[in-house]
Design a protein around this ligand. Structure first.
Ligand code: PEP
Ligand code: MN
Length: 360
């Protein structure tokens, strides 16, 4: 996929003076619910009204969406409020129905992006469409899988493309429902600066109290827009209740967010920022260099141990290194958790090096 400006034009053509906003309930539940939320979002910064019609739930037995019936409700939303409409498609039949009902924006969900089979099926069904198509990141932090999905669509002559960053699932519990791994989104943005990048704070946080902070981080990282789940009665939503906000809260969030615009001041800020980033890049390179040197020394120890037939792992030594590094880290403002994780990784690499030497 070449990085063509054409990908961006659909967003520029909207001529917005604020980030793109997609909002609406996780799921369309009833016609009344859909219409009530849509009317509350009318005359706000919201550009597209979202509602899930087919809900791919992780475990069966939960509410799985109202199906094609909901597409009629979305059509009514467009007629009555003027809001454009958006829904998730997960197979060929969904695409055909969504196109028949003139849905304006389609997105591919995280559980679909992981499957090249299903992405290809969707791309084939969408061939040549001028609808906007957004690809959510796959559930696992794999940039190639994400880009691969965009490429499948691009090669079917779908021009109005973009991506949604909704975070990644992990086995370990964290404060997020899906950890953001911002670095991955930044890498994508660096490689494809013209591919519109939308943040989904709802699915990243799983918690309405964190929506603002994650949205702000996204805007500070130059994301192009937000997709936020919105319901007039979030606690009683049929899906994703904990993460939905009311239309009123969304309006307040949009008001409070610092939205960056390019002014002279901005340009100056950007140049300062890029200067600092360059310094970081330099230090990162030094870190790699130092780690390389450390491993060379570790190789030397491996050779010695081999001669004397000494075990690789010597836990006394390891514990004393950790203890002093935790103290040292503390004096530099580094958390114990970080020091532990970093040294475990370094130590593991040393062991791998020594093992190679002992065996070779
Ligand atoms: C959704 O947007 O409602 C959804 C199901 O999201 P995801 O694919 O990110 O889980
Ligand atoms: Mn949801």
């Amino acid at each position: 996929m070449e990085n063509s400006k054409e990908m961006r034009t659909w967003l520029d053509d909207l001529g917005l003076d604020h980030p793109l906003v997609i909002a609406g309930p996780c799921s369309a539940e009833t016609e009344e619910q859909v219409m009530k939320i849509a009317h509350e979002l009318k005359d706000t910064d919201v550009n597209y009204f979202r509602a899930g019609i087919w809900k791919p739930r992780t475990r069966p037995g939960n509410f799985e969406g109202v199906g094609a019936l909901g597409l009629k409700w979305l059509q009514r939303v467009k007629e009555e409020t003027g809001l454009k409409t958006a829904t998730e498609v997960a197979n060929k039949a969904h695409v055909e129905l969504a196109l028949e009902h003139d849905i304006d924006l389609l997105w591919i969900g995280a559980r679909s992006t992981v499957s090249p089979f299903i992405v290809q099926e969707i791309a084939d069904a969408l061939e040549g469409t001028d609808k906007i198509v957004l690809v959510k990141n796959p559930v696992n932090p794999d940039l190639s899988l994400w880009l691969g999905a965009v490429e499948r669509l691009h090669s079917k002559n779908i021009k109005k493309l973009g991506v949604i960053h909704r975070g990644f699932s992990t086995y370990e519990k964290s404060k997020y429902r899906n950890i953001p791994e911002w670095q991955l989104a930044i890498e994508l943005q660096t490689k494809f600066p013209d591919l519109p990048l939308i943040n989904d704070p709802s699915h990243i946080t799983g918690n309405r109290d964190m929506i603002f902070d994650v949205s702000q981080t996204a805007l500070d990282l130059n994301f192009d827009g937000l997709i936020v789940e919105t319901h007039f009665d979030p606690d009683n939503a049929w899906s994703d209740a904990a993460q939905q906000v009311t239309p009123k809260t969304l309006v307040q969030i949009m008001k409070d967010l610092r939205i960056r615009k390019e002014t002279d001041e901005e340009a100056e800020f950007n140049s300062k920022l890029s200067n600092l980033r360059t310094q970081i890049d330099i230090i990162d390179n030094q870190l790699i260099d130092m780690l390389g040197k450390r491993m060379k020394i570790s190789d030397g120890i491996g050779s010695l141990k081999k001669q004397k037939n000494v075990a690789i792992l010597q836990s006394n030594r390891w514990n004393s290194i950790l203890g002093s590094m935790i103290l040292e880290g503390e004096s530099k403002g580094l958390s114990e958790e970080f020091i532990l994780r970093m040294f475990k990784a370094i130590h593991q690499e040393s062991i791998n090096h020594q093992e190679k030497i002992m065996q070779g």
